[in-house]
Ligand binder design. Structure first.
Ligand SMILES: [Zn+2]
Ligand SMILES: [Zn+2]
Length: 83
């Protein structure tokens, strides 16, 4: 549960508006909006960084997202002593 002051947070939420017709989503940070806009991008744009691991079909729009995914996969694998 968030603390009160609903009005203030509503203000924040409307700071960054997606200008794609019919979307109108709003975000607190410009980075979030930038990231969100990828959902409007063509698949080729969205899946520029496919996971290099065998038997994994995930792909990401940025190398940072891919790196985060690989880090996560590795730490999970470590937990189960795969390495
Ligand atoms: Zn949008
Ligand atoms: Zn993967």
């Amino acid at each position: 549960m968030e603390p009160a002051s609903m009005d203030d947070s509503m203000d924040d939420l409307r700071r960054y508006l997606c200008d794609i017709t019919g979307c109108g989503k709003t975000f607190k940070r410009s980075g979030h909006l930038k990231r969100h806009k990828l959902v409007h991008a063509p698949a080729a744009e969205r899946e520029r960084y496919p996971c290099t691991q065998t038997s994994c079909s995930k792909s990401y729009s940025t190398k940072y997202d891919l790196a985060a995914h690989i880090r996560q996969v590795r730490s999970t694998a470590k937990m189960y002593n795969f390495f």
